[in-house]
Design a protein around this ligand. Sequence first.
Ligand code: MIC
Ligand code: SF4
Length: 634
Amino acid sequence: MKGSLVEKILKAHLLKGNLQEGEIQIKIDQTLTQDSTGTMAYLQLEAMDIGPVATERSVAYIDHNMLQQGFENADDHAFIKSCCDKHGILYSKPGGGICHQVHLERFAIPGKTLLGSDSHTPTAGGLGSIAIGAGGLDVAVAMAKGFYYLPVPKVYFIELVGKPKDYINGKDIILTVLEKLSVKGGVGYIMEYGGEGIDHLSVTDRATICNMGAELGATSSIFPSDERTKEFLKAQGREKDYLPLQADEDAVYDKKLQIDLSTIEAKLAGPHSPDNVEEVENLVGMKVDQVCIGSCTNSSYMDLMRVSKILKGKKVHPDTSLVISPGSANILHLMAENGALATFISAGARILEAGCGPCIGMGQAPKGGGVSLRTFNRNFKGRSGTMDAKVYLVSPETAAMSAIAGTVQTAKGWSFDIEEPLDYGKNDGYFVEPRFQDKIEMGKNIKPFPIVKPLEDQIDKKCILKVGDNITTDDICPSNAKLLPYRSNIPYLSKFSFTTIVDDFSERAKKDGGIIVAGENYGQGSSREHAALIPLFLGIKAVIAKSFARIHRQNLINNGILPLVFKNKKDYDKVEEGDQIHLVKVKEIIKNGGELLCQLPEKGEEITLIFDGSCREREILEFGGYLNYAKKKG
Ligand code: MIC
Ligand code: SF4
C-alpha cells in the first residue's frame, strides 16, 4: 500500500501495530449509528459506563425503523435520543434522511476516519474519508475510547479511464465492478479509486460507487479529494473541511483493475444477488410492476434531478407503481423549491419521507411474484418483504425510464446537463444538539442482550444447519416491516432466523444449541450484530465455514461464537446436517494458536479446522466476548 491514499490516512491514524501485517488499532474521528443497529450499540455503550464520547463528531440517525405501527420503534427512538443527550451525540430525527447521505452532505471530511454501525458507512469514501462499517459493539467502543481494530487491509486500485456517457450513473460503474469481482472480490481489501476518469464523476456518483463496495465485501472504498470534492463541500457550506488528498504517482498496490468508463452501458443486478449483473439492454421490454428510487446508494440531489428530467411532463405507466424516497430532508427541500417534487407528483409517483423505506422492507413490498426495479444496493431473497418477488438493482435513470414505459428500458442516448447547485442550503430542522441530561429512557420494547458464556474446552454439538456459499445476514436475521421493530428483542427475532432457507432453524437450535456449517463468504451483507446475537441466544457455539465476511466474523467473535475455517476446503463435503461434531482442546488452541481437531464420531472421520485470529481476538473469545474483554482490560 506504499504511497496509496489508504496508507496516508491509516498512517496518520495509526495508534498500534504496523501497516505491514497483522492487526492495527486506528484512531476514529467520527462515528455514526442508525436506529436498527443503534439500540444495541447504545445498550453496550451504557454498559461501559462512560461520560461524553471520545470522538470529534458522533451522530445518531433515525432512518430505518420509521414506520410506527406500534410503540416499539418510537420507544427505540426515545432510548437512542436519551443516550445522545447523555453522551454528547448529535441526534438526527426521523425524516432527516438516510445516515450515509446526510453524513456525506453534512459531516464527512477528507482524510478523516469514520466508523458506523451500518455496512454502507463507506459511502463517505466518496469524499475521501476512510469510512468503515462495523457491528454495534465496535462502534460503541469507538464512541467510548476513540479507536477501532482491524486487520491490515490490502489495497485494490481501480483505475478509471475514459469518460462515461451522459446517461451512465455511478451505479452502472459499480455494477460493472461487481460483475468483474463478485460479492467476495473485495474481502480483505480497501478499494482505492483513481485515474483520469474520476474527473468526470460527481461526489455523489463517487459515493454511490463507495456505497456498493460493501457488496464487494470490501473493508472500505475511497476516492481522492480533488477540485470536485472542494466544489461539493463549498456548495454544502463546508469549504473549510476541504483537504486535497491523492495517492503518490508511484504508489504500490496489492491488486489493480482498469475500467474504461466510456465503454460502460446501463447495467442491472438480477435476483437475488448484487453480482448477478448483466446489461439492461438484455431485458428491455420485460414487464415491471414496481419501481423504487432511493436508498443510500442512489437518492442524492443529482440522482433525483436526473429522474425529474425523465419524468417531466410524463405519467407513470398505469400498471406500474413508482415510489421515490429522497436521501435527505435537505434534498427534499431543494426539490420542493425548484419544482422537481411537483414533477414527481404530476407523474403519479408516491413520495415517501427521507429514509431507508422499502430498501429494508419497511413498506412497499411488491406484489406476489412481482418484478421490482430498485435503485438500491441489495436484492437478497425476501428483503423486499415479498419472498417470491424478483428484485433488480438498477440506476435511477433506468428506473425512471422503466416506470414510464411499464417495462424495462434504458436512458440510452439521453443527455442530462444537470449542474450541482452552488449552494445546497442547510436544513437543520431535524438535528437535535445533545443537552447533557443523564436520564436514559428505556421503553418496554428494549430487552437485555444475551450474555456470553465463557469458552468451553470441549464442544460436543450437532451440525443443525448446513448451508452453501454467500449466506447473508438477511438469511440469519431477516429484516422487514414486521421484524425490524424487534431489533431490541433478540428472543422474538430468533424465531425467524434462517426462515429464508428452512422453516425450523430456531426449533432445531432450541433443543441443545448446535453448530452451523457453511460455504464461502458466510455472513455477507449487513453489519447487524443481531446475526450473531440470535445464534448466541439459540446456543450456537461455532460456525464452521470455508470463509467469512469481515463484519459478521468480527460480530461472532465479539459475541463469543467461534468462527472456524476448514483447513482443507474439501472437508466441507464430509460434514452433513445432523452429524455430531466434537471439538477438543478448544480453549488451549484458541488461546495459544494451532490447528483444531474436529471429530465426526458417527463417521469415524477427523477434519482440521483453523481459527485465524489476532491475539486480541483470541483473548476476546477466552474472556467471553468483547464487552467482558473491554471491562477486564479497562
Ligand atoms: C442493510 O442495508 O442491510 C442495513 C439494514 O442498513 C444494515 C444494518 C441493519 O441490519 O440494521 C447494514 O447494511 O448494515
Ligand atoms: Fe438504509 Fe438500505 Fe442504505 Fe441499509 S442499504 S442504510 S437499509 S438505505
